[in-house]
Design a protein around this ligand. Structure first.
Ligand code: 3PG
Length: 305
């Protein structure tokens, strides 16, 4: 089988080497398309692929149409909002993700960004400590759970709300469950977003919700930019000069957010999962899932059933 790794933002080379080992050991052939700049390159590369491994690469109906041999796409990572699941179903292609494999990397970045923000972006002025502060996790999946673990090391008081995770599961992890997202924002000094981009969550982080935060609140987004209602958040931040917004996904209105001097920071390029370990874990998991699919028909991580 021909297995294509198509990554506009490539994996670390050590991860690609291990993925190649796994794929070739199983008797398959690896093709690599990295740092491509034109969609036409992707369309031509997929034309003979039986399997495809991607990161945030957009896999839409046109790609599925061009990929006549394609049987499986694995998104090496958690969020699969970049893949058109209906088009995949129409073309009888299995779509999988690799849940949890890059979660620790994203969770560690939350604290890298958070310390930077509460220390006033290292401008020399006194900031504040995280110890004793309340952090709220919006969603308690793999990343949220890792953030909770690290937050406890900082001696933070951890709260969470997850529409799909029962309160007793949250409580069993030593985290305070709250009844809804409004209560989470009203309770916590820091809110960290870990929800996927879905029709329900798009634009859901809005003026009314973030406006519930206490004085000096910090909002941190390492999830998806689509969940933020940018116009409303900008309006709120111009009304509430005590709030800060830090993000790993540059907003479309980045230039406008930059005007909020000392209260906004964005990484230049999404880098939550950009560690050697996360690349290796997610990349090798993707390769092994494809091998298992071709060997035994295993579809354990399928997301388009
Ligand atoms: C994910 O959904 O797994 C993360 O957002 C990482 O995405 P990336 O592989 O595009 O960095």
């Amino acid at each position: 089988m021909k297995i294509l790794i198509a990554t506009e933002k490539p994996f670390a080379s050590a991860a690609v080497a291990r993925m190649r080992d796994e794929i070739e050991k199983a008797g398959h052939e690896l093709e690599l398309l990295e740092k491509y700049s034109e969609k036409s390159q992707l369309l031509s590369a997929v034309s003979e692929a039986d399997a495809l491994i991607v990161r945030s690469d957009k896999i839409d109906a046109e790609v599925f149409e061009a990929a006549k041999q394609l049987k499986i796409v694995v998104r090496a990572g958690a969020g699969y909002d970049n893949i058109d699941l209906n088009a995949a179903i129409a073309h009888h292609v299995v779509v999988e993700n690799t849940p949890g494999q890059n979660a620790n990397a994203v969770a560690e970045l939350v604290f890298g960004l958070l310390v930077y923000a509460v220390r006033n972006f290292y401008n020399g002025k006194s900031g504040c400590e995280l110890k004793g502060r309340k952090i709220g996790l919006l969603a308690f999946g793999n990343v949220g759970r890792n953030v909770a673990r690290i937050a406890k090391g900082f001696d933070m008081d951890v709260y969470a709300y997850d529409a799909y995770c029962p309160a007793d599961v949250i409580e069993a992890a030593g985290v305070h469950p709250v009844r809804n997202q409004e209560e989470l924002f009203a309770t916590c000094d820091v809110v960290s977003l870990h929800i996927p981009a879905t029709p329900e969550t798009r634009n859901s982080i809005d003026h009314a919700l973030v406006g519930k935060m206490k004085k000096g609140g910090v909002l941190i987004n390492t999830a998806r930019k689509e969940i933020i209602n940018e116009a409303e958040l900008l309006r709120l931040l111009s009304e509430r000069e005590d709030l800060k917004f830090i993000t790993d996904i540059k907003p479309d209105a980045h230039e406008d957010f930059l005007k909020l001097e000392g209260r906004y920071f964005s990484t230049p390029k999404k880098m939550g999962a950009q560690t050697a370990e996360a690349n290796l874990n997610a990349g090798v998991a993707a390769a092994c899932q494809i091998n298992a699919f071709f060997k035994d028909g295993c579809t354990k991580f399928q997301v388009n059933k």
